[in-house]
Design a protein around this ligand. Structure first.
Ligand SMILES: [Zn+2]
Length: 426
């Protein structure tokens, strides 16, 4: 029965790893909590919790943190917290006109952040990745000075990414096709000098994951678990979250809302179709309808998010061409989203990314179309609540989603993930 013995050991290993993950997640969520409090929250016995905590202390993922309430009756126990000198998730974002990098610790706090303007439109991957690598090096050095170590890197891109790969299959606004980012990205390395695990994902997907983990209303509502998240950089992307899981599609390309037809005989689109949403609600289309060229917009308001900022300013000033253009964009978004809402029955639609900033001028026509065209209206996060919610994370969503995504491997499997990035000679 030798085989059964090995299998039994494997199962025990897997169980132990799962329990280490549960304990680490519990402490990360709680802030400071005692061993008894961990037992109470995880349903593990106190005797079972003790060796798991010891292991996480040994790995430097937990620290003793004075005294903490047990969560129940009885005297306070000695507190535990996740280390603020432990692993950090590194998120990076490649935008059409900016680059950004940030690091979050196990407590979910942003510990370092840099951003730079960049003219990435139709620029080859090489130079863009070199600049991004320099920013990565800067952030890695900043967090190293605080005793943090990169556990992984996730890069948000405005394009299609093959599921589970680091290859950008097509990013029309960057002009990239089949670009593998692995060789060009350096700067995020572990203590051994080897690059940390890399993943690449679509920015709309990461924005939705950020909403799932960090979103929710300022009024204390929990983040929704069933929603359609719409975001825009230069294109329009969406992500569908069902039961707390991102719907990626067979190849990872789900969410191309920008190419859903809203006017079947409408304007031709770069994708080969006609009347796609992007032709009416995409940034270029809105600028054109507002009587602006992208060059005018950039000249009038330099810096990241320049064109959106200009549109917001003109709309706030009551410029009729701009408010008219945004009304039209809202109408087109409402028509496209009616299809998604009818199909998916989401709890809510979340307007994120750059669109969040333009919400006051987009929402009225968007909600009007949704109400008109849906058989069953979205089930709103609370009775009488908005059918369309505006993300509090706004344009930060994809970058934060990336950084939190990079930490997930550590939370899922504390021993293996941290060891992979940092062989244990500390
Ligand atoms: Zn199209």
């Amino acid at each position: 029965m030798k085989g059964a013995g090995v299998k039994g050991q494997d199962t025990q290993h897997a169980l132990r790893r799962r329990n280490l993950s549960r304990v680490l997640r519990t402490v990360a969520a709680a802030g400071t909590v005692s061993r008894a409090g961990i037992a109470e929250r995880t349903g593990l016995t106190r005797a079972g919790v003790a060796p798991l905590v010891d292991e996480l202390l040994r790995l430097g993922l937990l620290v003793e943190a004075g005294r903490a309430a047990t969560g129940g009756r009885g005297r306070p126990g000695s507190g535990l917290a996740v280390s603020d000198r432990g692993p950090a998730g590194i998120g990076a974002e490649i935008g059409v006109d900016h680059l950004a990098v940030c690091a979050v610790d196990l407590r979910g706090r942003v510990r370092a952040r840099v951003a730079a303007d960049a003219a990435n439109r139709h620029s080859a991957p090489g130079p863009v990745l070199r600049r991004l690598s320099a920013l990565l090096m800067q952030v890695t050095a900043e967090i190293a000075a605080e005793g943090l170590r990169p556990a992984g890197l996730t890069v948000a891109v405005p394009g299609l990414v093959a599921r589970g790969s680091a290859t950008v299959v097509h990013a029309p606004n960057l002009g990239w096709r089949d670009a593998d980012l692995t060789p060009g990205l350096t700067g995020a390395t572990g203590t051994s000098g080897a690059p940390v695990p890399l993943s690449v994902d679509n920015e709309a997907h990461l924005g939705a994951l950020a909403e799932l983990r960090l979103g929710g209303g300022a009024d204390g509502l929990a983040p929704p678990t069933d929603f359609v998240h719409v975001s825009a950089e230069s294109g329009i992307g969406a992500a569908v979250v069902v039961d707390g899981q991102l719907l990626r599609g067979a190849r990872g390309f789900a969410g191309e809302l920008g190419h859903v037809p809203v006017y079947p005989d409408g304007r031709p689109c770069g994708c080969g179709g006609r009347g796609c949403l992007e032709q009416y609600a995409g940034e270029q289309a809105v600028l054109r309808a507002a009587g602006l060229t992208p060059e005018q917009a950039a000249a009038a308001h330099p810096g990241p998010g320049a064109r959106i900022a200009l549109l917001a300013r003109r709309a706030a000033d009551g410029d009729a061409a701009t408010t008219g253009a945004l009304h039209e964009a809202g109408t087109a978004l409402g028509i496209a989203l009616a299809g998604a809402v009818n199909m998916l029955d989401p709890r809510t639609v979340v307007l994120g990314g750059a669109l969040a900033r333009l919400a006051p001028w987009i929402l009225p026509s968007l909600e009007g179309e949704l109400a008109l065209r849906t058989a069953v209206a979205p089930a709103a996060a609370r009775p009488g609540g908005p059918l369309v919610a505006v993300s509090r994370l706004g344009a930060d969503g994809p970058l934060l989603g990336a950084a939190h995504g990079a930490l997930r491997a550590v939370l899922d499997d504390p021993v293996t993930a941290d060891a992979r990035a940092h062989p244990p000679h500390r």
